[in-house]
Design a protein around this ligand. Sequence first.
Ligand code: FES
Length: 264
Amino acid sequence: MFPRTRSPKEDPLAMAAVSGELHRPGFAATERRDAWWLAPLAQGLLLAVLICYANWAAYQGNNYRVGGYLSPLYSPLLTPEWFPFSPAFLILLPPILFRATCYYYRKAYYRSYFLDPPACAVAELRGTGYRGETAFPLILQNLHRYLFYITGVYLIFLWADVVHACNFDGSFGVGVGTLVILANTTALTLYSFSCHSLRHLIGGNLDCFSCSAVNRVRHGAWKRASALNEHHMLFAWLSFVTVCSADLYVRLVASGVIHDPRLL
Ligand code: FES
């Protein structure tokens, strides 16, 4: 026998649910007593600084190459004669969209810039009618997996840039710039390889990891991707900082502001 359903008269909460008049807490209402606003504020400021620098550097169109060093904001370098603007504008759209649709960055900017919600268990600004990422424009966030494929090609060029950064007038060498470029490419590789889309690509759509030799191999790869994925937030910040730092280093050397010390 099923328990009897209580009528709205007997249960005020049921009445509210039936009439759709559930009380919505005001913006930023929360039971939290910690400094919950600190993380969204700090990450919003850092993100703004990095975005402003990257835009400024991409706009310059000069001092992006010196010797074997190439700024990652300009890689792969395309300089067709018919294009009158900075060559960075020819190649930056896929990496920008890749970051903009990244699962981690979504969380960061939804909280810091849209306050939606500002933090866990803190009331958001919006009213009713929330459709999340199921309707335009946010449904476009689903393009992330395709941007992962495209930007994966960029990694090949970035590793080629590391090789070029070891070339000093035709002979092998290592300068501080070589290490800066190597650190950036490593950070970008870790960022890509810890992507949620890659983890799904490797281990998704499988009902049984142990049912075949191929699935067992995929399980092993999925565990490694999952281990990297746990640190995705770290790699997201690290790689953005190293991209801007590597550009700044190349820019300062190319413009003669600093000298690139040769280590080997
Ligand atoms: Fe962040 Fe894919 S989820 S790069």
